[in-house]
Design a protein around this ligand. Structure first.
Ligand code: PMP
Length: 302
């Protein structure tokens, strides 16, 4: 993630990552009490570096901080400008950007008057291909929204993500699918879920998920392409009747499923509407004009 030359932004200054210090008595370190974002920048087709949905991400960072009572005294505009500067200082175009808002030294549970901000960036590896994911229904549920501010991207929630992901990998799967407290399909440890049936997309309704910015982008792509999409609660029994399915998130982009537990999704990925969404997303992030069409199969059917 960093070497001796890497620069990060820490409380108003650009400093070497290797020399940056954090307080070991921070409430964030002890209790997972911090909020963060996962953002990406891309080298666009014009050669320029663009942060994808910077406003949406920094607005969500602020919302996350407010939801868990961490003081927030930055603006989206200011942090967007700072982020471009950090990218430039590290000579990065295709990067992952990780801002974290964290608390000062405090071993009690009371609210602080102060909070701190770090922005780290690192090179994003080029996309590793379109290998479809083998997914396992996790034995871990997503955090109950009555126990957590589920819509805050809060660090502590991610112990749940780590456990679910580790369990799936230990059992030989690529990734986990977590259910919500009512037994409905919710999301991945770090991505949202969609499934496709008869050319239409479905995704879990809000309430028990992190409403992703990529999820919202999929809705935009669907609206622009005339693809129907519906939010609703559904079980894995219903998901196992689907033609295709995918996860989407800033890091994962759009990534298709091979299978869920013992169910193999029957539609060839190349022929799916989901694949069209994947291509449209890839074009969007690099600002390439879209030539996306609905699959041939759909047209000959009607
Ligand atoms: N759900 C969870 C639990 C996540 O951590 C993420 C990644 N931030 C997502 C969904 C997808 O969100 P986004 O599209 O905003 O990256």
């Amino acid at each position: 993630y960093y070497n001796s030359e890497t620069i990060l932004y820490l409380n108003g200054e650009y400093v070497k990552a290797a020399e940056a210090k954090m307080d070991f008595y921070s409430q964030s370190f002890h209790y997972g009490y911090s909020v963060f974002e996962g953002i990406r920048s891309y080298r666009t087709v014009s050669g320029e570096t663009k942060i994808f949905k910077a406003k949406e991400h920094y607005d969500r960072l602020q919302r996350s901080a407010e939801l868990v009572n961490l003081p927030y005294h930055w603006t989206t505009e200011e942090l967007t400008a700072v982020t471009y500067e950090v990218l430039k200082l590290n000579n990065l175009q295709d990067a992952y950007i990780r801002p974290v808002v964290y608390a000062p030294a405090n071993m009690s549970f009371v609210q602080n008057e102060q909070s701190f901000l770090v922005i780290e960036v690192w090179a994003m590896q080029p996309f590793l291909g379109d290998k479809l994911l083998r997914i396992m229904t996790s034995s871990f549920e997503r955090p109950n929204p009555k126990a957590f501010k589920i819509e805050a991207k809060a660090a502590g929630h991610y112990v749940n993500s780590i456990l679910a992901s580790q369990e799936a990998k230990a059992k030989g799967f690529d990734e986990a699918l977590l259910l919500d407290m009512n037994g409905n399909a919710a999301e991945a440890p770090g991505a949202n879920l969609f499934y496709e049936k008869d050319g239409k997309l479905f995704t879990p309704a809000k309430g028990n998920i992190l409403p992703g910015i990529t999820r919202a982008t999929v809705f935009e792509i669907c609206a622009a392409s005339g693809i129907e999409v519906e939010e609703k609660f559904f079980t894995t029994d219903e998901l196992k009747q689907a033609d295709a399915a995918f996860y989407c998130g800033t890091a994962a982009e759009v990534i298709g499923f091979d299978s869920l537990d013992d169910y193999k999704f029957p539609l060839k990925w190349e022929e799916s509407v989901s694949r069209q969404i994947q291509l449209a997303y890839k074009n969007l992030v690099v600002e390439k004009a879209r030539e996306s069409q609905r699959p041939q199969k759909q047209e000959t059917q009607s």
